[in-house]
Design a protein around this ligand. Structure first.
Ligand SMILES: Cc1ncc(COP(=O)(O)O)c(C=O)c1O
Length: 380
């Protein structure tokens, strides 16, 4: 006998995990926008110290972490939400804000978790296509606001396209949003952007109580295996609401201890960002040398169409089939050479790849493998 599930489970898309994480893990992992650098010794030390208290529940108020974040960003503790990864805050925000009849507006392609929010709540998802430069079309997004809009999400820099918008454009956009509509500015990758000071957006919170800056320890701090993220909010309303809809101990003790410690090592974080940006510049140049045209990246990953993939706003069925075939052959060829990257098909754009900038030697392995696969495809 099979189980009888709720109707909503049939609407919820299954998270498109990267292919290739099977029995034999590839040695070059460039599929999940992780950092190639291991946790800092001081962070490991904090985790080891916290292990001794694992017979106790973690602090359900995350007081120490919120206090440290409050000091760092000048945002009061009650306006800070903590999560089991920033995804946890995002999903909880969806649960708190959305319901049948409500609408959520976001760009597409963007982070693959956003479609879950509407599907899980029964709200309507309004997906606004990116513009010709693969950036958010904020004007088109503002035009989609209706009386039913409860949530607008802007991903800056955008995953998967790696592109970013200047903060001025986002500030102008915020001025057009009614105060009862929550705006989540997902800044998971903001530290990698050279467009402006990654903390400049914090200043927008004072003028916009409806604004939520979503940040994470998964990327620049390299703690994705522990799961901890945070949100800096324009008011205490959203932190209260997300706590209401979640289980009490959503952030584990090791994650809390590691995140507190990680915040004290901004010099190392800055150094790692600089190294990632150096890899970004080099990788973009070398992709161009292979005849490819990567999008203008402000993140720790790049985004480009594979050789031979048809371009254009609307592809016909035959073109999509060709793009999917090129993508699948390339992914297979890369995996055979021990390299895993993210295929664009699962992210809304068949025939494109999203590739994380890894360590120098990993990037070299990827580029070498891609060149070989391209050469092989030309010969067929
Ligand atoms: C745009 C964006 N937001 C949020 C997240 C979630 O990160 P985490 O839940 O690990 O904090 C990711 C992860 O890849 C992301 O790409």
């Amino acid at each position: 006998m099979s189980l009888e599930f709720s109707q909503r489970i049939q609407r919820i898309p299954i998270y498109p995990a990267a292919d290739g994480y099977g029995a034999k893990a590839p040695d070059v992992k460039l599929a999940s926008n992780e950092t190639p650098y291991p946790p800092l010794p001081a962070v490991r030390g904090a985790i080891e110290r916290a292990i001794g208290s694992l017979n106790r529940y973690p602090d359900p108020t995350n007081a120490a972490l919120r206090q440290r974040l409050s000091e760092r960003y000048g945002v009061s503790s009650e306006r800070i939400a903590i999560g089991n990864g920033s995804c946890d805050i995002l999903l909880a925000a969806g649960e708190a804000l959305l319901e049948p009849g409500a609408e959520v507006v976001y760009a597409w392609p963007s982070f693959s978790v956003y479609p879950h929010l509407a599907a899980a709540s029964g709200a309507r998802a309004i997906e606004v296509p990116l513009d010709g430069d693969d950036c958010h079309d904020l004007e088109a997004m503002a035009a989609e606001l209706t009386v039913a809009t409860r949530l607008v999400i802007v991903c800056n820099p955008n995953n998967p396209t790696s592109t970013a918008l200047p903060l001025g454009a986002i500030a102008d956009f915020l001025d057009q949003i009614p105060p009862h509509v929550c705006v989540v500015l997902d800044e998971a990758y903001c530290e990698f952007s050279l467009m402006e000071d990654p903390d400049a957006s914090v200043d927008l919170l004072d003028a916009h109580p409806n604004l939520v800056l979503l940040r994470t320890f998964s990327k620049v701090y390299g703690l994705c295996g522990l799961r901890v993220g945070f949100a800096l909010c324009g008011s205490s309303e959203l932190p209260r609401a997300v706590d209401q809809v979640r289980q009490p101990f959503f952030c584990n003790a090791l994650a809390q201890a590691a995140a507190v410690e990680a915040l004290s090592h901004q010099d190392v974080v800055a150094d790692r960002v600089a190294r990632t940006i150096a890899e970004r510049i080099s990788m973009q140049e070398r992709l161009r040398a292979l005849g490819l045209s990567p999008a203008s990246s402000q993140a720790n990953f790049c985004w480009f169409a594979l050789e031979g993939v048809p371009q254009g706003e609307r592809l016909d069925a035959e073109q999509i089939e060709l793009a999917t075939q090129i993508e699948s052959e390339t992914m297979k060829g890369l995996l055979q050479r021990g390299v895993i990257v993210r295929a664009g098909g699962a992210l809304g754009r068949p025939g494109w790849l999203r590739v994380t900038y890894g360590a120098t030697e990993e990037n070299a392995r990827f580029l070498e493998a891609l060149a070989e696969v391209q050469t092989q495809a030309r010969a067929v």
